[in-house]
Design a protein around this ligand. Structure first.
Ligand SMILES: [Zn+2]
Length: 307
C-alpha cells in the first residue's frame, strides 16, 4: 500500500469512527440578548447606542450566526433616542423578538393583560420590520411562564393563536447581575473591583456551563442544543469577546436560536404552574418534582461592591 492510499484508508476509518460515535457530536449554543434597547445602569459617558454597537461589532468579528434581540418597547417611549438601537440591530441583519411592551411579570398580571402587552409591543416590532419575520418569538420576562397552570395554558394558547413560538432558555448564568456594579465601580474608578467583576463573570459563566449541561443530562440524558440568555448591558458588551472565547474553549459551536429549538427536547411542555419561573430544563425538572442544582451565583458580593 502506498502512502496515498494509506492516508485515504485512515480518512475512511476516521469517518466510520465518527459515524459510530453519536457522542462525538459538537456542543451547540445559540446566544440571545434580552431587554433591547436599554438594560440596567450605564458607566459614565457610555450610551445605549455604544453598548448595542459593541454587541453588533463583536457578532460580526466573531462570525456569529443571526442573534435574536428581545425588545421591550416601553424603553423607546421613556428615551426615544434608543429607537436607534433597535434600528441598528435590524440594519445589521439581526432578528428581533417580543419581550412584552413593559417587561411585564406574568405573576402580577392576568393572561389577558399579558397578551395585550405582547400585542402592544408587536406593533412597534412591525414598525421596525414592516415585512415581518416568518416566525414570531416571545421571550417571557423573568422567565415567568405562569404562576398557575391555568394561566400558563391560557397565555400559551393565546400566543400560539397569534403565531408565536416560545423562545426557551437552557443556559443561564444571570449575566445581568454584573451590569449595575460595573456602572458603580467604573464611576469610582476602582481597578480591583473591576478585576473582580471580570474574573467572577467568566468564572460564573464557566460554572453554569457545567450546571446547564448537568440539567440537560438529568432531563434528557444528553446535551441538547443550548440557548443562552444574555442582556444588553454595558458589562455584557465589554465581556462578550471573552465570553465567546470561553464557550469555544469548552467545545461549543454557535447556531441560531430557531435551529437550536428545533431539537425534539423542546417539544416537551412542562405544563406546570411555577411562581419562580426558570429555564426550560429547570421548569421541566421541577414539573417532574426532581431537585435541581442549588444556585451558587455571587449575589451578595456583587450587590455590596463599590457602594
Ligand atoms: Zn428581560
Amino acid at each position: 500500500m502506498n502512502l496515498r492510499s494509506f492516508s485515504k484508508l485512515l480518512a475512511a476509518a476516521a469517518l466510520l469512527c465518527a459515524a459510530a460515535t453519536p457522542r462525538a457530536q459538537k456542543l451547540q449554543l445559540a446566544i440571545t440578548v434580552d431587554d433591547l434597547p436599554a438594560h440596567s445602569e450605564l458607566p459614565p459617558g457610555t450610551t445605549r447606542q455604544q453598548v448595542a454597537q459593541t454587541f453588533l461589532d463583536t457578532f460580526h468579528r466573531e462570525h456569529m450566526p443571526p442573534i435574536y434581540g428581545f425588545v421591550n418597547g416601553i424603553r423607546t417611549e421613556q428615551a426615544p433616542a434608543t429607537m436607534q438601537v433597535l434600528q441598528a440591530w435590524h440594519n445589521a441583519g439581526e432578528p428581533l423578538g417580543n419581550h412584552t411592551w413593559a417587561h411585564t411579570d406574568l405573576n402580577d398580571q392576568t393572561a389577558e393583560q399579558f397578551l395585550a402587552d405582547v400585542d402592544r409591543n408587536q406593533m412597534l416590532l412591525n414598525q421596525i420590520d414592516p415585512h415581518g419575520q416568518k416566525q414570531k418569538w416571545l421571550r417571557y420576562p423573568f422567565l415567568h411562564e405562569g404562576d398557575t397552570v391555568e394561566k400558563r395554558r391560557a397565555v400559551r394558547a393565546g400566543l400560539f393563536a397569534r403565531g408565536y413560538r416560545i423562545a426557551e432558555v437552557s443556559m443561564d448564568f444571570e449575566d445581568y447581575l454584573w451590569n449595575e456594579p460595573y456602572a458603580r465601580c467604573s464611576a469610582k474608578n476602582d481597578p480591583e473591583a473591576l478585576r473582580y467583576l471580570h474574573d467572577s463573570y467568566l468564572e460564573t459563566a464557566d460554572r453554569y456551563i457545567t450546571v446547564s449541561r448537568g440539567l440537560s443530562q438529568q432531563a434528557f440524558h444528553r446535551d441538547i442544543p443550548y440557548v443562552l440568555l444574555m442582556h444588553i448591558g454595558a458589562f455584557d458588551a465589554k465581556m462578550l469577546p471573552e465570553l465567546i472565547a470561553l464557550y469555544r474553549q469548552r467545545g461549543f459551536t454557535f447556531t441560531t436560536m430557531p435551529k437550536a429549538l428545533r431539537d425534539k427536547a423542546y417539544k416537551l411542555d412542562p405544563d406546570n404552574g411555577d411562581i419562580d419561573g426558570g429555564s426550560f430544563t429547570e421548569l421541566l425538572l421541577e414539573a417532574r418534582q426532581e431537585t435541581v442544582a442549588p444556585d451558587t451565583k455571587p449575589y451578595e458580593t456583587l450587590d455590596k461592591l463599590c457602594r
